[in-house]
Each structure stands twice: as structure tokens, then as C-alpha cells.
Design a protein. Sequence first.
Lengths: 284, 269
Amino acid sequence: MGFLFEPGFFSSGPVHTAAAIGTVTAIVSAVVGVFTVVRSQSFAGHALTDVATAGGSGAFFLGLSPLVGVIGAGAMDLIGVQRVRSRDLATGVVLGAATGLAALFLYLDTTKSATTGATQQILFGSLFTIDPSTVPVVVVLSLATLVVIGVIHRPLLLTSVSAELASARGISVRTIGLLFMLALAVAVGLSSVAIGSILSTALLIGPPATALRTTRTVRHAMLGACALGIATTLLGILLAYDSFYWDSSAPIPVSFFIVALSFLSYLASGLPIVRRRVGRREAP
Amino acid sequence: MFSGFMANAWEVATIVAITAGVVGFFVVLRGSAFPAHAIPNGAFAGAAGANLIGINPLIGLGVMSLIAALGIGSLSRRGRPDAVTALALVMMLALGAAFLSQSTEYEPQIFSLLFGEILGVSSREILPVALLGLACVLGVAALYRKLMLTSLVSEIAAARGVRPYRMEMAFLVILACATTMTVPVVGALLIFTLMIGPPAAARCFSDRPGLALLGSVAIALVTVWAAIASAYEMNWPVGFFVGAFSAAWYGIGRGYSAWHRTHASPLAR
């Protein structure tokens, strides 16, 4: 075991915070992510991290970025993110504008306050540099997101699978879609500032896409995505911690390990042997 | 404003705008905005990797954006395209982050790779940019009819024997080529803006494909020129103005098409 767990792993404060935040975000990302993947809104899910990043780079604190994300989601909805034909474009236009703002804010950040590492921190983030005082904010807002998804999950699932059927049943497809976009914006905005925008997208899409390929029902996919998300996060933290002992001058970022593990598990789920065991092709 | 290093900036910006206008038109038409966002970010990883092992960044950019394009194209065939693109994107960015952590480059380097340094272009960088830009435009010209067909009426395209998968791969390679040339100049994040805003606005002004394509190039040119002039005057990053002007153009386009719909005579519709 000493070979696997380098000294001090279990008693390190940053590791505890990283594991706590990592687990919470992995669970929320898995639940929201399964719907995101089923609804083919991965692009919007990713773009909202960048939108939140733009807000985060302006303010450089946690509280504002979910709000900015919500504004971005509102703008996407206004342009037409819910219509299949303009979904891509609506996301792209908002993302482009947000990117421009991020460029300005980062520039002003680096010239005015000379904070080095701002760009790196915002984009790539690090689970090891989280301020423990942000943990309660993340947990409370995550719970709120989970409650919203829990309340709307039945109509949400129906609108995701068949919008015609849902509207025949009297469900307002647009309202449900907008509620989901807002929940997505809050979840993603939170995680992108807490753990960096790359990791946020990886946890939102990776475990859910893998789980959806290897399970038969949405509920199983959700449980599988949660388990996979938590496992990848914790394993990533362990590897990053250990990498500090391989070469202490240049430890490899924790985000890299988690993203790589998510990507590899997705690739593995597409292997013929896995597909045969599950015994079905992915729904189009 | 037009002398010395600024002359290089104007020339490169013009080339980039023409290419982005042409390639971006098909990005919008085909709904490929996500790959168009992902591939330049992958190229960023290539530049970081080339930096680490000490080869010409342009080679790293080219190789990694090709890998990104072909990887996204082939994996999309057997999975959900948008989920695959998202995963490929974050994998590339994470690789870039890992490369950067192993090298000694710092903040300004990342900032310039992501947001570009158009005002710092040297004259010997212009030729490769021009050649790659020409290759992209020629590639689009050669495939123009087939691309149009597969993008707009895929059934007719299939009936005529055009294979959608091959077209998609060919288009992704063109996208990778456009990316390689533009990332060092305008940055990974802004080439995307330029490929979405102007073409999307141009489509609001005209339904005719040829006219919309020309409009897309024209709007991209005006956007970039205005952005450089504003950046020079106000000393803010060019990227901010490109993003703001592109969004403004799209807003104007949507406004125009809404006005047109209510004011056009019923016969003309």
C-alpha cells in the first residue's frame, strides 16, 4: 500500500478538501450530465463553463459566476438553443461574446493587479488550491440544483426523449427546457470556478456518456455515472498527489489525470467486447 | 497606425478574416460550431507540446489539430457527436495543461496562445499564414458544390453519390488547416468567434448561398479591421473587440431579418 499511497495522503488538508468538493461536483455533474447528453446539449454544457469563466475572471470570486452563467443560459435560450436547427448557433454566438469578455477581463486582471496564474487557474483550475471556505457554498448550491432536477425529472425525461409526446400530455416543453438550462448553468458555473472549466466539462460529459453506453435505463445510467464520476475523481486526486513524489519539481496537474481517466473510460466503453456484454447499440 | 509592426497586423488580419469568413460560412451551415470550437483548443495543446520538446510550434499546431479533427470525425461515427467532441476537447486541453506544467513557460505564453497576439506578428510569419489560408479557400472552392449539397439537402447528396462521412472528414481537415494558421495569430478562442458571428449574421441578410458567403467574408473583414483599430486606440485586447463586434453583427442580422419578415410584401415572400 505504501507504494500506492505516498506518505501523508490521508492526513493532508488540501486532499480532504479536494476529495469533498470533487465528490460533490462529480455527483451533481453526473445527474445533470445524463440529461445533458441525452438532450444533445453537450455544447451548451461546455459553453456555459466558458461563460461562467468570463464572469469568474471579471470578479475572480465564486459568488458571481453562477449568476453570469444563468444570464448566459438566458441569452442562449432567447436566441434559440431549444430548437434543433439553431441550437448550435445560439450556443456559438453566446460563447463567442463571452470569450471576448473573458479576454478583456483577464487582460485587465493581469495588468492591474499583476496576479500571475489567473489564466491558468481559471482555465485549468486545481482541486488542491480550493479555499476550504468555499465548500459550504458549493454544497448548498449543488443541493439546490439536485432538488430542481429531482422535481422536474419526469417531465424532463419525457421532453428529452419525445417532445411531441410530452406536449400531447400537456407538458410545457419550453418551460421545462428553460428550467433545465438554468439548472445546468448553475451546476456548471459552480464547478467551473471551483475545479476549473476543463474538469467541469469532463465530469459533466465523460461519466454520463460512458454510463449511457453501458447501461439500459436512465436510472442505471445515472447511478453508474455517479459511481464512475466519483471513482475517476478520487483516483485522479491520488495519482496527482503521487506524481508530486515522482518528480517534485514539476507535478502533473490533477485536472489532467481526471480528464484522461474519463476519456479512457469512454473509449473503453466503445470497445466491441463491452458492447457485446451490454448487448445493445446506443440509441441515436 | 498603419506603419511598422502594425502593417503586419493589418495584412495577417485580412488573410485570417477572409479564411474565417469562407470556412465559417460552412461551419454555420453544417452546424459544426462545436468542432470549430474544439479543434483550435486542441491546437493549443499541440503548441504547448511543441514548446516542450523544442520544435517549431507551427508543426505541433498542425499535427494536433489534424489529430483532433480526424479523431472527432471518426469517433462521432459511433457515438453521440456532441459528447465525443466535448470529451476530445477537454482531453486536448488537459494534455496542453500537462505539457505546460512540465515546461517553464508562464502566464503570458498561455494568454497569447489562447487569445492571440495579432499586434506582435513578425513579417516572416505572414507567408505560412497566407499559404495555409489559400489552401483552405481552395479546398472549400474545390468541394463547394458537394459541401453545399451535404449541408443543405443530405438526401439528394446521397442520391448523387456524395458520401456524407467523407465530406465531413474533408471539411474537418479544412477546419484543422484554418486553425493551424490562425491560432498563433488570433488565438484559439477568437478564431472561433470569427467563424461564427460574421457568417451567422450574413445568413440573416441573404437567403442566397453565394451572396451570403460573400457577405460573410465582408462582415468578417469589417469586424477584424474595426477591432484592430479600436484595440490600437484604446489599448484593450483585440479579442474583446472581435467578440463584441461579432455579437453586435449577429444582433443587427437578427433585427434585420425580423424587420424584413414583417415588412416584406406577401408576394415577395
